[in-house]
Ligand binder design. Structure first.
Ligand SMILES: Nc1nc2c(c(=O)[nH]1)N[C@H]1C(S)=C(S)[C@@H](COP(=O)(O)OP(=O)(O)OC[C@H]3O[C@@H](n4cnc5c(=O)[nH]c(N)nc54)[C@H](O)[C@@H]3O)O[C@H]1N2
Ligand SMILES: Nc1nc2c(c(=O)[nH]1)N[C@H]1C(S)=C(S)[C@@H](COP(=O)(O)OP(=O)(O)OC[C@H]3O[C@@H](n4cnc5c(=O)[nH]c(N)nc54)[C@H](O)[C@@H]3O)O[C@H]1N2
Ligand code: SF4
Ligand SMILES: [Mo]
Length: 672
């Protein structure tokens, strides 16, 4: 049953954006004849107040666009060709249930792999009825490590994911290190606060291989070689310890592991760090000295620095700075990492225990689908994810998806590159057509989003569909939510009482500490003993060469350039990638271009032993020598060869969190 739209057809309605972006905007949606005519920034969220990104402004083009999946479909042609015949929901769901049952009977349910990541990132569209289904079925489990795994492991290990400094407190800082993050693109509502901080006299330092918009406005810019942040941070630690700037009283009272960190920082003089990172020793010295002497000092740690073999240690070393430097305890001092855990919400509605089935690292999708594993994957259910273009080692991922003996379900809103490989394709609603939570991970904000239009075509929400599958597989129980509305109500009932009540009444919850917690005044580490663990033994054991170790370049002489693929202003990961866009470019430094006889605008081939991608060269000094850059989230149709940067990305893992090493791709570039 399609759910009736809750908004009158001619109206202006408020909702919230749940997409995987730190900001959590409130939205105002204009409707005419029951269709969305305009999407603007809403005023409910005081931080994102009034404006939104250009991506979500264009979201109606996605909702009503040609690529929207409008009804269930069953493959009717060779794998990967995207040829389908229309099917009813009954037929499609019956087929999935039958194939799942047959697979489980013949090979065990571990032969089924659910594959999902953030999707639209809400709490209702992931780890709800989907998790109920897959837990009860006893399928393989997925390690969701494509993003935020190394930074998450570091933040958890050192601080137990203590709540972070929020955007509103940036103007109180006197010094801000913007480290491996590009807020001008990936969290735009931080930018006015950074400007405000600067106007009030704060010094801004940016550490990034590319001169991003914030780097160009910064007082100091460190064009670091990808994957080398750990040594830059350790050189700052060394200066703090050796220069007598370490806050010994704080270290004694609130930390463990300071001497281990000091020992590991010891070898990293400014000169050695400079030789490895490619950043001038004097620049590192200036930053270290500024950090030592300035308060309030703030470190904004992003995700760009984690996507390599040293990413976990880099994040740990960066996050350890305020503890060693004694920067906590004042507004505008401390660190910002993800605030996703700061509401401390659990998911009490998930009553089923996770089964002890095998865990598959999502970064290894290609090798798991193509290689020899104890229990080969025979059925794959992809939702909230577009692995054909977002996972490492694209060639193997696509080879796996092409397997004739693999039964693949893809449940998505649009005909993604992954959907082309589906045996059964299911149409999903967007967050304008179902309920979902918008939980920001930059500011502290929690809003409930609501359907503002009827589901387009025959699309259905995740909870509706997974509840249907539970029934078809005889796994449903009487107290399960029956559909999306039920699931939403169950989630509200499972929230802490005040939050649940507020969301029910105003669609928005009041964050603790007025949404502006001060670290070590209002919030403290959520580690077992309440201390900062500067060198926790479990991380030290997990990292192949120990925590804070620098592991050298993966490259060979044939592939001297580091390829990075950061967020762009066109897509959220690959979401919205179906919309038209200018040609995809490879940014290359003039020095590297000249050596290869490449001019601005040339067609170039970026290649390594895994594959090649054809792109247009943009010769620009904004990217450091030795590094080339192309946006993440590109679709196959946007390159002439049909391959995207992920064909060049190895499926090796980061030192902590078994995360993806997108920025460890080493390549060469040639004209043509
Ligand atoms: N517009 C838009 N917004 C987004 C997204 C999007 O796709 N588009 N994606 C969302 C998601 S899923 C995430 S995880 C976040 C990510 O947001 P960010 O934290 O900004 O992460 P990235 O864009 O991966 O990289 C950030 C910066 O790190 C730099 N970088 C790359 N390698 C290194 C390195 O080794 N060291 C250092 N210091 N810097 C490096 C890149 O040049 C880039 O400028 O953004 C979210 N917001
Ligand atoms: N080269 C390179 N690749 C990268 C990165 C990089 O830095 N470089 N970054 C990585 C990062 S940070 C991330 S987070 C990953 C993200 O990679 P993915 O998890 O694949 O994320 P998206 O590309 O946004 O795809 C999400 C899909 O979910 C669908 N979806 C949204 N909402 C719903 C829903 O309610 N129901 C269903 N059924 N479907 C829904 C969307 O339509 C979309 O197709 O990409 C990674 N890929
Ligand atoms: S993607 Fe981010 S900036 Fe854009 S509307 Fe959503 S929360 Fe706001
Ligand atoms: Mo991400």
């Amino acid at each position: 049953m399609p759910r009736p739209a809750i908004a009158p057809p001619e109206s202006t309605v408020n909702t919230a954006c749940p997409l995987d972006c730190p900001d959590g905007c409130s939205l105002t949606v204009h409707l005419r004849g029951g269709r969305i005519t305009r999407i603007d920034g809403g005023t409910d969220n005081p931080v994102t107040h009034g404006y939104i990104c250009a991506k979500v402004r264009r979201f109606a083009d996605r909702i009503y666009g040609d690529d929207r999946v409008l009804h269930p479909a069953i493959r009717n042609g060779a794998k990967g060709r995207g040829r389908f015949r229309r099917a009813t929901w009954e037929e499609a769901l019956d087929l999935i249930a039958r194939r799942f049952r047959e697979t489980a009977d013949a090979h065990g349910a571990e032969a089924i792999l659910p594959f999902c990541y953030g999707g639209s990132n809400g709490m209702l569209t992931q780890d709800f009825m989907d998790a109920v289904l897959f837990r009860r079925l006893g399928t393989s489990r997925l390690l969701r490590s494509v993003c935020a795994a190394p930074t998450g492991a570091a933040n958890m290990g050192l601080y137990g994911k203590m709540a972070s400094v929020v955007y509103q407190d940036y103007p109180d800082a006197r010094l801000i290190l913007v480290w491996g993050v590009n807020p001008g693109v990936s969290g735009i509502h931080l930018m006015p606060y950074l400007k405000d901080a600067r106007d009030r006299g704060a010094t801004i330092v940016v550490i990034d291989p590319r001169a991003t918009s914030i780097a160009r406005q910064a007082d100091l810019y460190l064009p670091v070689r990808p994957g080398t942040d750990v040594v830059v941070a350790l050189a700052i630690h060394r200066h703090l310890f050796e220069g007598g700037f370490a806050d010994q009283a704080f270290l004694d009272a609130h930390t463990t592991g300071a001497s281990a960190l000091r020992e590991r920082a010891q070898p990293w003089t400014f000169e050695r760090a400079a030789a490895v990172s490619g950043v001038d020793a004097d620049l590192i010295r200036r930053v270290a000295d500024l950090y030592a002497r300035t308060s309030p000092a703030l470190v904004k740690c992003g995700w760009g620095l984690e996507r390599n073999r040293n990413g976990g240690s880099a994040a740990a070393a960066v996050l350890a700075l305020p503890a060693v430097g004694g920067k906590f305890g004042v507004r505008g001092g401390g660190y910002t990492m993800s605030n996703s855990a700061s509401w401390q919400l659990t998911r009490p509605w998930l009553k089923d225990q996770e089964p002890a089935t095998r865990v598959v690292n999502m970064n290894h999708l290609g090798r798991v689908l193509t290689g020899e594993t104890d229990t080969p994957v025979r059925a794959l259910f992809v939702y909230n994810c577009n692995p054909a273009v977002t996972m490492p080692d694209q060639a193997r991922v696509l080879a796996g998806l092409e397997r004739e003996d693999l039964f693949t379900v893809v449940f998505d809103q649009v005909l993604t590159d992954t959907a082309l490989y589906a045996d059964v394709l299911l149409p999903a609603t967007t967050f304008f057509e179902h309920y979902d939570y918008s939980k920001a991970y930059g500011p502290m904000s929690l809003q409930l989003g609501r359907p503002v239009i009827e589901p387009v075509g025959e699309s259905r929400s995740n909870n509706d569909v997974f509840a249907e599958l539970l029934r078809r597989l005889d796994l449903a129980r009487d107290d399960d939510p029956a559909d999306d509305l039920d699931a939403m109500l169950a989630s509200l009932a499972g929230m802490p009482e005040q939050i649940g009540n507020e969301l029910r009444e105003t669609w928005r919850a009041t964050p603790p500490y007025d949404g502006r917690p001060i670290q070590f005044v209002d919030v403290f580490p959520l580690t077992g003993d309440g201390k900062v663990h500067l060198c926790p033994s479990h991380l030290d054991e997990e990292a192949p060469e120990g925590l804070y170790a620098f592991r050298a370049e993966p490259g060979t002489a044939d592939y001297p350039l580091a390829l990075i693929s950061p967020a762009s202003d066109r897509t959220i990961s690959s979401t919205l990638g179906e919309l038209s866009r200018p040609a995809i470019v490879l940014e290359i430094n003039p020095q590297d271009a000249l050596a290869r006889n490449i001019e601005d605008g040339d067609e170039v081939t970026v290649f390594n032993s895994q594959g090649e991608v054809k792109l247009k060269a943009r010769v620009t000094a904004l990217v450091r020598p030795g590094t080339v850059s192309t946006p993440k989230g590109v679709w196959r149709r946007h390159t002439s060869s049909g391959w995207t940067s992920n064909v060049l990305v190895p499926d090796s893992l980061s030192d902590l969190g078994a995360g993806a090493c997108f920025n460890d791709a080493r390549v060469n570039v040639k004209k043509g």
